[in-house]
Design a protein around this ligand. Sequence first.
Ligand code: ATP
Ligand code: MG
Length: 292
Amino acid sequence: MPLALRRPRPQVVPRATRDDAVISLRGVSKWFGSNTILKDVSFDVPRGKTTAILGPSGTGKSVLLKNIIGLLRPDEGEVLVDGEVIGTMSDKDLFRVRRKFGVLFQDGALFGSMTLYENIAFPLREHTRKGEREIREIVHRNAELVGLVAHLGKLPGEVSGGMKKRAGLARAMVLDPEIVLFDEPDSGLDPVRVAYLDELVVTAQRETGATFFIITHNIPSVMRTADHLGLLFRSRLVRFGPKDVMCASDDPVIRQFLAGATEGPIGMDEMADGGAPPAQAGAAPSASTGAP
Ligand SMILES: Nc1ncnc2c1ncn2[C@@H]1O[C@H](COP(=O)(O)OP(=O)(O)OP(=O)(O)O)[C@@H](O)[C@H]1O
Ligand SMILES: [Mg+2]
């Protein structure tokens, strides 16, 4: 892969400040009607690293991500990006902060009527005044990173799921974002394509120095890509910490989830796991967050 062609990001944070938090959640709760989705979630995402948030289906991972980019606002608590509280800021400030993010949505979210080229170019046309020549150069540089140069003229409907994901990743990276958010990048892909995508994620993170934040329930993928892990269960963050610490944890929920085992506190009914804890669920784990 011709990675050498990619220019280094100009705004890579100096090494001395690389370990601070780029995203912080402070006691974030979110509910829809009587359905509590997130309850008192707090953690810090270290800058320039890859962080993964895990959790059973329906447990509120996508809701969490939407709170981080300001598409949803917390009902309690706050989300800070580079120290700025985003839930209460004006639309103008939110637009400015969102410029720091590249997002790869769960379904790729490509525009079906636009070619891959136009899809990847879209953020540049929306957010910059760059001319066609520069846009072409940037689109090609990012398409090379994800191995799609030969397919730029195709529509999303004409390419495989893996190629759509790669196009989504190229589009997420095109503005040289400080933070790249992924919502289940592996969904709909076979294990080999997931492994290739993971390699791409690791390479792209190393090369750009950006903060990568991945929402997933794919354990092998997390083991390949993440430096830090958090686990959501029954609306709460069970724990957040460095991957090796999480892997050595004796918390039954963490052990069961990382092992993909059927025995343990996580049950078959994902809606029960995902929503507010049932009244009698004294066994529900208490949230304990740890600094990374
Ligand atoms: N706008 C909304 N209004 C009402 N309920 C919502 C809304 N968005 C999400 N929910 C509910 O919040 C819960 C969590 O949804 P979410 O999409 O965050 O789950 P998830 O962890 O991302 O699941 P998956 O792994 O399947 O993607 C679900 O019960 C869902 O129905
Ligand atoms: Mg989701």
